[in-house]
Design a protein. Structure first.
Length: 126
């Protein structure tokens, strides 16, 4: 019986398919990229990097290559080398993404103003 239940579970899993419309497909990928970024926590602040406001820009070209501009809480951040690598790796797992480039920028410098309302509330800034 276990063999049949596994087969049934396998049949019920649908393959992911992107919309045929390019703009919709890019929007779908962007949402998935954001969801993936929300799984990456800042090691010093218990909030994900998206809600923390470390992601400045997400660009997706027509070939589904993703370019992310992000910053760190400070230029001397202890994860300055590992964080961009983690972002690149995890975003690369998103269905439909062809390639990922992560650029670290410090202009404008990060401040608490970039945090989402949710992050500010969680950290007691509201």
């Amino acid at each position: 019986m276990g063999l049949f239940s596994k087969k049934k579970e396998k049949e019920e899993v649908e393959e992911e398919v992107l919309p045929e419309d390019l703009a919709l497909a890019k929007k779908t990928i962007e949402k998935k990229v954001i969801n993936m970024l929300k799984t990456i926590q800042d090691p010093e602040i218990p909030v994900d990097i998206f809600e923390l406001g470390l992601i400045y820009e997400i660009n997706i070209d027509d070939d589904f290559n993703v370019t992310i501009e992000m910053t760190l809480t400070s230029p001397n951040c202890p994860v300055a080398e590992s964080m961009p690598t983690e972002v690149k790796e995890k975003v690369g797992y998103v269905f439909g993404v062809n390639s990922v480039e992560v650029n670290i920028v410090f202009d404008p410098p990060w401040s608490h103003d970039f945090m989402s309302e949710e992050a500010k509330l969680e950290l007691g800034f509201l």
